[in-house]
Every structure is written in structure tokens, then in C-alpha cells.
Design a binder for this molecule. Structure first.
Ligand code: IFM
Length: 453
């Protein structure tokens, strides 16, 4: 355990006594045990040379599948009230059809039991990007039928663990999955469809709505979604830059939240969205949510595209996209190169409240965190400390936020970056799989003790 030479910090402001404190992970990024589940799109994608920067795969990852007891003990020692994990669809339905793996489902049963025994509330996410390969081979999220398959899977999981789960999340970051996975091909399944990827957005939304119905039919009381959001800043006042920023804002910040919360697509997406039954679908999609999850990492500065591709934190944005991300200067950056702008979290939450008004259910920050090397991770402590203060300012200004989850408990497989970016409060030695809590873990544990008073 690293205790470090931390600079003295003022205690965090006091959050409400029933505020939910937690950490987040996802199945593909930590579980490993790939041979004990069905294949997913990410297995196929990672196997193609050059797709993952360090050539790695998540075959073993953190081996959480076999070491979950040790990881729950780390959560208990940390003192969090909740743990957000994801259920691996290919572990539950290895063949991508209705055949259920008793072993796969049994894992989540044991994990939930272990969490409950430790007094930690389980918060499962049903989809965090690891589509069963067999589902992808039938068209994946381009195929409307995937939404119905997903709802069936949701019902199977709810039937098994729903008696101990209070809060559910349907999808994680559908905007990233659409853009990175299907529009520009930087993530699995590696398709480069540009705007022809829009049905992927619609089918994920429909899957969400159908899953909400399936979960409620199974007795679920509290359902949310985890979407990625961040303020979009125009590179200049020039009309071409503000138009580009508006368009990016629609794609990142409104493509999913408008249909979920308002029951309609933002302009100009509605006209572009091919669906045989758009109005009925939007009714399903906008089933009222019990809360809304925001994943926040950074704001984005955007200008008009040029003739060349743009590099955006290692992601290549082709010039055919109607926007080009620009560097944000004047702020520290994480090891990933992401600018650290805590005040943008306050800005985001206030804008969200203003946009959605009384259509906005209580918010939960379902992810926030940063990539830094090292055990004495003072930069991560500074990041978390400043973002919690920014969150508190938004709450003091009247935004109803009920919880905060750090991304992530463990260093893990960071998608196309492989193991090169470390987001964990706990260091993982990928050779020995030994877990070592970092200074940020000790800091958060003390901060949570301070909150409990
Ligand atoms: O690791 C990812 C996670 O899977 C989704 N949200 C952002 C994190 C950091 O990139």
C-alpha cells in the first residue's frame, strides 16, 4: 500500500449523507477468462494486428473472473457503497442466441452475493461494448433484431440477479460505440461507415427501451443509462467553426439524451434516421428513467474540418466528418493527453439541467477518472479532488446529483490503447496479476471516511 507524501489538501465539501459513492469497471476490460465465455467482437478485433496499439488482447486482462473475491475485498476496504460492473453478454449467451451458459450467469450470481455480503450495492451495466461475435455476424447493431435479442438477454440476467440488484444500467456510452466502432473503425467491430452508422445509434436506443420494459417486467425498480458527455467549445467565432461545434455537440451530447429524455432526435438527425417506425420507437426509447448516468472526462474543442485527418487523443478523425477536434491549451493533461478541466464538469451539469429542465431525472456520475502511471499517483488525487469540488459546485447550484463513480477500480485493458493507459486506483502487474493499491486509493478511502463523518 502506497501512502505517499501527499500535499495537504482541504477536506472535500460535505456531500449529502445518502450520496452513492462507487467505482466502475467493465467486463471485457477486467474479467479475462476469455476461454470460459463465448467470443465477442473485441476478441475478433484485437486479434487483427495493428488494431490495438500494444498488440495486446483481453484474454487474461486482470483475471477478475477468477480473482473477484480479492477485488471485492479491495472495494470493501475502500469503503464504497456501490460497485458498477458490466455483465458480459457473450458470457451469458456464448452463441449469441437464447442458449444460456449456466457457468457464465453463475459468475454474476456469485459476484453479486460477494458484494452484498460486503455491504456493497451491485450496479450492473448490461452492455459495455462486448457484443457476442455471433450477434455481430448477424449484423450486430446495424441489425434491428439485435435490440430484441438484447432485451431477451436483459430479462435472463434480471431473472437471475434481480432479487439483489436495486439499480440497473442498460447501455454504456452508446455514442462512443457508434462513432468509434461503426463510423470510424477505431474500436470493434472496426467498421468505417461514417454517417451510415446512424442505425447503430437507433438500434442501441431501441435496445435500451426494450430492456427497460423487460427489466421493469422482471421487477426492477431503478433503471438508468450511462452516457458520455462533455462541453463542446467552438475553436473560434467563425460560422464554420461554430457550425462544426454545434454538429459535434449534437453527436456527443444530444443524439442519445434527446430521444431518451425528450422523445425526439435533435436536428438534423431525425431526418437522417432510417427507421420503419420512428414514432413508435421513440415512445419505447423515452420510457421514463429513474436516473441518468453521466460519464465525464473532458471538454472538446471543435473546428471546421480541413482536407486531412485529425488526430484526437490517438483517434484518427477522417476529413469526411463535418468537424475536426482541436487541442485545448492551457490545462494540464493526463498520460492519455486528455485536458484536465474540472470546471467543465460544472458547466456540463448546469447546461444539462437548463436543457432538460423537469424532464431530467436525478443524475449519477457513472464514470470520472484519468490515466496516470505510477503508484504514488498524486496527479490522480488532484484530478479526483478537483472534479469532486466541481461536482459539488453544480449541486450547490441546484443540479440533483445522487452519486459519483470513479473510473476505475483496477488498471485494465483500455480498448484500442491496450494496457498502455492506467486508469486504476489499484495497480495491476500484468505479469503476476498482483494488485497494489495506489496513493489515490488511500486518498479516496480517507475521503469517504471523512464523508461518513
Ligand atoms: O475505459 C473507458 C470505459 O470503458 C468507457 N469510458 C471511458 C473509459 C476511459 O477511456
Amino acid at each position: 500500500m502506497i501512502t505517499s507524501m501527499a500535499p495537504t489538501r482541504a477536506p472535500l465539501p460535505r456531500f449529502p449523507h445518502d450520496f452513492l459513492w462507487g467505482v466502475s469497471t467493465s467486463a471485457h476490460q477486467i474479467e479475462g477468462a476469455a476461454g470460459e465465455r463465448g467470443p465477442s467482437v473485441w476478441d475478433a478485433f484485437s486479434a487483427v494486428p495493428g488494431q490495438v496499439k500494444d498488440g495486446s488482447t483481453a484474454t487474461v486482462a486482470c483475471d477478475h473472473f477468477h480473482r473477484y473475491r480479492e477485488d471485492v475485498a479491495l472495494l470493501a476496504d475502500l469503503g464504497v457503497g456501490a460497485y458498477r460492473f458490466s455483465v458480459s453478454w457473450p458470457r451469458v449467451h456464448p452463441h449469441g442466441d437464447d442458449r444460456v451458459s449456466a457457468e457464465g450467469l453463475g459468475f454474476y450470481d456469485r459476484l453479486v452475493d460477494e458484494l452484498c455480503a460486503a455491504g456493497i450495492r451491485p450496479l450492473p451495466t448490461l452492455f459495455h461494448w462486448d457484443t457476442p461475435l455471433a450477434v455481430e455476424e448477424r449484423g450486430g447493431w446495424l441489425n434491428r433484431d439485435t435490440a430484441a435479442r438484447f432485451a431477451e438477454y436483459a430479462a435472463v440476467v434480471a431473472d437471475r440477479i434481480g432479487d439483489r440488484v436495486e439499480r440497473w444500467i442498460t447501455l454504456n456510452e452508446p455514442a462512443e460505440h457508434t462513432l468509434l466502432g461503426y463510423a470510424i473503425g477505431e474500436h470493434a467491430p472496426g467498421k468505417e461507415l461514417l454517417f451510415d452508422a446512424l442505425p447503430v445509434a437507433h438500434h442501441q436506443l431501441l435496445a435500451h427501451g426494450l430492456a427497460v420494459q423487460a427489466l421493469r417486467a422482471a421487477g426492477a425498480r431503478s433503471i438508468g443509462v450511462a452516457n458520455s458527455h462533455g462541453p463542446t467549445w467552438a475553436a473560434s467565432d467563425a460560422p464554420e467553426d461554430t457550425a462544426a461545434a454545434d454538429f459535434y455537440d449534437v453527436l456527443l451530447n444530444r443524439l442519445f439524451s434527446d430521444p431518451l429524455l425528450l422523445g425526439r432526435y435533435p436536428d438534423p438527425i431525425g431526418e437522417l434516421m432510417p427507421s420503419p417506425s420512428l414514432d413508435a420507437d421513440l415512445k419505447t426509447i423515452s420510457e421514463p428513467l429513474d436516473w441518468y448516468g453521466v460519464n465525464y472526462y473532458q471538454p472538446t474543442k471543435v473546428g471546421a474540418p480541413g482536407l486531412e485527418p485529425t488526430d484526437f487523443n490517438g483517434v484518427t478523425i477522417p476529413p469526411q466528418m463535418p468537424f475536426a477536434p482541436r487541442d485545448i491549451e492551457g490545462y494540464p493533461v493526463t498520460d492519455f493527453g486528455w485536458p484536465v478541466v474540472p470546471e467543465a464538469l460544472t458547466e456540463l451539469l448546469l447546461a444539462f439541467r437548463d436543457r432538460y429542465g423537469d424532464r431530467l431525472p436525478p443524475i449519477m456520475i457513472t464514470e470520472n477518472g484519468c490515466s496516470y502511471e505510477g503508484l504514488d499517483d498524486q496527479d490522480r488525487i488532484a484530478y479526483l479532488d478537483s472534479h469532486l469540488r466541481a461536482l459539488h459546485r453544480a449541486m450547490a447550484a441546484g443540479v440533483d446529483v445522487r452519486g459519483y463513480f470513479v473510473w476505475s477500480l483496477l488498471d485494465n485493458f483500455e480498448w484500442a490503447e491496450g494496457y498502455s493507459q492506467r486508469f486504476g486506483l489499484v495497480h495491476v502487474d500484468y505479469e503476476t496479476l498482483e494488485r497494489t493499491p495506489k496513493a489515490s486509493y488511500a486518498w479516496l478511502r480517507d475521503a469517504l471516511r471523512g464523508q461518513r463523518g
